[in-house]
Write a protein that binds this ligand. Structure first.
Ligand code: FAD
Ligand code: NAP
Length: 338
């Protein structure tokens, strides 16, 4: 099935709720539709991009070109040896529906990633992560259409160059592939990962580390701290947590001994909490016109009503400038700015 719409409002298709328009929106349910779609010169020869749930995009203007939207949402077990199951989920499946599906079937691995907005197809793009787990921990492989060769390819997870909120899809394959499905490896034996903040205490209060309790706890903690996009427009963390050298951290800790510091993937580097840096610059709960900083998590920028992408970007720029001036640390947007 292919549905095509022209001159469409994207307001309901981005969680920041920015009012912009798109020249052409093409929804497709089947990966087999893509060669036909890319045969059209006005699509292949123009600007095109893939839109999932729009929960990690800041639109700064109308999109002149074609947005492709996968809407196939089937989820199936394709292999199961009694210990591990391989699950194939189509790109258009809602990520949290996929997590709920795994929890209902007693499959371990995705539960800490409950309640993250967006689609399955976008999960490998920034290697979504929360509560000590990243998508890469469970991704077996990624199925995609390569618009350059016109072929379907399945890339093993080990070749996706996954990093902290990063992958090959944000770099080498950016603007070249459409992810059509993701294969996950999930376990049948319990493997709770609770060493993050209050999660263990919360789960114990619910009666112990079952899949259902972990999901309930993650959802409850997230709801208590993060704005729901259906109520307040936002795109989650606007900036990545910066990784800086151990020497930089030492200098900063001398001036700010209470600054949180976490390990980073690379030796000699540490991760800082961008939200803490922004808070210390006095931005938490403040606003600039119709763009604001969430009162409970300074890393989340919010649309206070009718904000343009430019207004959100101006606020982000001022925040980044203040963090640079006070701490000498560069903040990089996590959100895709279009
Ligand atoms: P979109 O925003 O539509 O797209 C994001 C990027 O992926 C774009 O570059 C797009 O072109 C590309 N893309 C999307 N689908 C495909 C595809 N099928 N093929 C190729 N490219 C594609 N993120 C986290 O990591 N952890 C969190 O805990 C988290 N919490 C959040 C909480 C809130 C309230 C919000 C609003 C966001 C949060 N996010 C979080 C960010 C966001 O949910 C994720 O990045 C999510 O994966 C984006 O999915 P999406 O379908 O909305 O992608
Ligand atoms: P939080 O628990 O208040 O923690 C603040 C920051 O400190 C987080 O960004 C987190 O980094 C880091 N941190 C805290 N404890 C850590 C630990 N034990 N080990 C390593 N890093 C630690 O953050 P929150 O805003 O409520 O979010 C909770 C989780 O959901 C986090 O994992 C966060 O990434 C995720 N989340 C992501 C988005 C997004 O859009 N990307 C939005 C909302 C929530 P990490 O971010 O690296 O975990």
């Amino acid at each position: 099935m292919i549905n095509e719409y022209k001159d469409v409002s994207l307001r309901a298709l981005n969680t920041l709720g920015i009012e912009v328009r798109c020249e052409r929106l093409v929804e497709f349910s089947d990966a087999g539709d893509l060669p036909k779609i890319f045969m059209r010169p006005e699509i292949a020869g123009g600007r095109w991009a893939v839109l999932g749930g729009g929960s990690n995009i800041l639109f700064t203007g109308d999109f002149c070109g074609t947005l492709l939207r996968p809407v196939g949402h089937a989820i199936d077990i394709v292999a199961d040896d009694g210990t591990e199951a391989t699950v194939r989920a189509e790109a258009g499946a809602v990520w949290d529906d996929f997590v709920a599906w795994t929890v209902e079937r007693g499959l371990w691995g995705a539960e800490n990633l409950s309640h993250i907005p967006g689609t399955v197809g976008a999960a490998p793009v920034q290697n979504i992560g929360a509560y000590g787990v990243e998508a890469k921990d469970i991704i077996h492989s990624v199925e995609m259409y390569d618009a350059v060769t016109g072929k379907m390819v399945t890339l093993p997870g080990g070749h996706c160059d996954f990093g902290y909120r990063d992958s090959v899809f944000k770099r080498l394959l950016k603007g070249r592939v459409v992810i059509t499905a993701v294969f996950f490896t999930l376990g049948r034996a319990a493997r709770p990962q609770l060493d993050y903040g209050d999660l263990r205490a919360y789960v114990e209060e619910l009666g112990g580390a079952t899949l259902a309790n972990i999901r309930t706890a993650v959802v409850a903690i997230r709801r208590s701290k993060l704005p729901e996009p259906s109520e307040t427009g936002n795109a989650g963390s606007f900036f990545k947590n910066p990784t800086v050298s151990a020497a930089t951290v030492e200098g900063l800790l001398a001036a700010y001994p209470d600054m949180p510091v976490y390990p980073a993937a690379d030796d000699g580097f540490r991760k800082l909490a961008a939200g803490w840096l922004i808070d210390r610059c006095g931005w938490k709960g403040r606003s600039l016109g119709r763009a604001g900083v969430h009162a409970r998590q300074a890393l989340v920028l919010v649309n206070l009503g009718g904000a343009t992408g430019g207004e959100i970007l101006t606020l982000a720029g001022q925040i980044a400038a203040d963090v640079r001036a006070k701490f000498g640390v560069e903040l990089e947007p996590e959100v895709n700015v279009w």
